[in-house]
Design a protein around this ligand. Structure first.
Ligand code: HEC
Length: 103
């Protein structure tokens, strides 16, 4: 009987641990799309066609990816420059906005 309880406890513990394991996976960095939708779409629109407070139309932007990174880091006109501070977030979002270009 004792043995059964021991086995049951072991199984329960490992099941619980595996649940915890899922939460412990290292902070998966958000995708460029997620960051864009959270941080940029308020002005630029989900499809890059928004121009709230004079935002440039990203769907027809001609800037190079490096120039986009500059704008994201330093801001421009009405666009604040401190929206993102994490380098990999900035790169991910700069790559994502290239995919919004349709012109
Ligand atoms: C508060 C509104 C606002 C938010 C939020 C915002 N932008 Fe902007 N964005 C602007 C405005 C306004 C301009 C135009 C600046 C100018 O040329 O005077 C602009 C310009 C740009 C440009 C230059 C495009 C071009 O062709 O000149 C890029 C790239 C850009 N934004 C990317 C982003 C990204 C990426 C985010 C999210 C991290 C973001 N913006 C968030 C308002 C915003």
């Amino acid at each position: 009987m004792k043995k059964h309880i021991y086995i049951l406890t072991t199984i329960t513990t490992s099941v619980l641990l595996s649940f915890c394991g899922n939460n412990n996976t290292p902070n998966k960095s958000a995708s460029g799309k997620e960051i864009y939708e959270r941080t940029c779409s308020v002005c630029h629109g989900l499809d890059g066609k928004g121009n709230i407070s004079g935002a440039a139309y990203l769907y027809k932007s001609k800037l190079t990816i490096d120039a986009c990174i500059e704008v994201i880091k330093n801001g421009k006109g009405n666009m604040p420059g401190n929206l993102l501070t994490n380098e990999s977030d900035i790169n991910a979002v700069a790559e994502y906005i290239q995919t919004l270009r349709t012109e």
